[in-house]
Structures are given as C-alpha cells and as structure tokens.
Design a protein around this ligand. Structure first.
Ligand SMILES: Nc1ncnc2c1ncn2[C@@H]1O[C@H](COP(=O)(O)OP(=O)(O)OP(=O)(O)O)[C@@H](O)[C@H]1O
Length: 234
C-alpha cells in the first residue's frame, strides 16, 4: 500500500503559480512565465515543446534552480526551494539535478572519463578510487569505454553528448533536465542520445524534462507539455 507521504515523495517537481519577470521594476520589465502549475513524478519522461521564445529554457532554468521565480512555489523532492539561500540551492542542485544542454559544455582538454568524474570531486577536489570506478561504469553505460581516455574535444558530437549524459548522472540525480540535447546532432546520433535517456529513465526511475522541437521524439516520451506564451498546457 502506498502511504500519503510516499505518494508526496514520488512528486519530484512541483510548481505552483510560478511567474518570472526579467528586469523587474524597470522600463524593460518582461514577464515571461505567467503562472505555471506543473507536477513531474518519479520515473516520468516528459517532453517540453513550444515555439521559440515561449519560455521553455526559462522554465528549465527555474526548475533546475539556476534562476529564481519572481513569485509562486517550487518544490524539488518535496522540499520547498523558494526560501532557500544560494548555498542551500547549490547543494540541492548538486545532489538532485543533472543537466544536459544543447551544447555539451565538456572540458575539451580533459578525457571523457575525467569529465564524468568532475561533478563527483566536490569539496575533496581530487578523485578517489570509488569515483574512478563509478566514472568507468557510467562511461560503459553510455557505450564509450573504448574512447574513455580520449580528449573530449576529439570525440564526435554524438559521443560528446553521451559523455555529457554520463556526467549528468554522476550524482544519481532524481531529476534530469535536458534542454534540446539532440538539437545539434544528426538524426542517427540524436536517436542514440534519446534512447540513452529513455533507458536511464526506465532503469533508474529518473524523472526527465526534455525540451525538443522534434515531434517524433516527443511522441516517444510518456507525456508532452506545451509552453505557449509563458503558460503550460498538457
Ligand atoms: N535574462 C533575460 N533577460 C531578459 N529577457 C530574457 C532573458 N532570458 C530570456 N528572456 C526572454 O524570455 C523569452 C523566453 O525565452 P526562452 O529562452 O525561455 O525561450 P525558449 O522557449 O527556450 O526559446 P527557444 O526555443 O528559442 O530556445 C524570450 O523573449 C527571451 O528573449
């Protein structure tokens, strides 16, 4: 039997009435999100679609605790975040949320393995055997063992994006935010990265918000929401 608290825990992301105004109180104030309500549950793979400029990245940045809402509430794993200070937000982000962007943001002069180890370094600042082992497993899980010692800058675009996914999973996040991760890739590489996300979602129960302009990929998610003019439907 599922208890009420278990059911509440299963909600990974909960937004209520989230508004975002850029440059508030100035002549160029712009309200981009107009009161978003959204719940994402453990294990849900949700596509985020909508026209260019409609607010998708703004929404993802807020859910990812990279930016703060102007008003409304945002809970991650049941923890209300809007009153937290920057340090607490950074800690919560580091432990709960993985990011994959359109551009991979890897360190080109580090190997694939070293890039995957980066989020694990934390305060220690240097790797230990456990981190090395976890990075080896992550690299294997994205099918890149033969390339693990190659400099990230020498990998193909699809391989770089798979390293970025492995890096995003380093801290075993409950939530993965993927902002057009396949946008720069040819269709075969895009499909491989999508299938990798699908597998992570199924095997680890990771909740995923996946921004895409590709309706065919969106159809393969559990659910699609549309962001249109700063409001969410679906
Ligand atoms: N820091 C900022 N300051 C002012 N306006 C901003 C800022 N960031 C985004 N905007 C504006 O917010 C609106 C939504 O932008 P956002 O990047 O969230 O859209 P999007 O749906 O992700 O677009 P795309 O599909 O092109 O990536 C745009 O009009 C944009 O110019």
């Amino acid at each position: 039997m599922t208890t009420t608290s278990e059911a509440a825990e299963a909600v990974v992301v909960q937004l209520q009435g989230v508004r975002k105004v850029f440059n508030p109180g100035t002549a160029i104030a712009t309200e981009v999100l107009h009161g978003i309500d959204l719940s994402l549950h453990k294990g849900e793979f949700c596509a985020v679609m909508g026209p260019s400029g409609s607010g998708k990245s703004t929404l993802l940045n807020i859910v990812g605790l990279l930016d703060r809402p102007s008003s409304g509430s945002l809970a991650i794993n049941g923890e209300e975040t809007t009153q937290l200070d920057d340090r607490a937000l950074t800690r919560l982000r580091g432990h709960s949320i993985g990011f994959v962007f359109q551009y991979h943001h890897l360190i080109s002069a580090f190997t694939a393995l070293e890039n995957v180890m980066m989020p694990m370094l934390g305060a220690a600042g240097f790797p230990n055997a456990e981190m090395h082992q976890r990075a080896l497993e992550l690299i294997a899980s994205v099918g890149l063992t033969p390339w693990q010692n190659n400099m990230a800058g020498n990998l193909s675009g699809g391989q770089q994006q798979r390293v970025a996914v492995a890096r995003a999973l380093a801290m075993k996040p409950a939530l993965l935010l993927a902002d057009e991760p396949t946008g720069n890739l040819d269709s075969k590489s895009a499909d491989a990265v999508f299938e990798l996300l699908r597998r992570v979602n199924r095997e680890q129960g990771t909740a995923i918000l996946f921004v895409t302009h590709n309706p065919e990929l969106a159809q393969r998610c559990d659910r699609t929401i549309q962001v249109i003019d700063g409001l969410v439907s679906g």
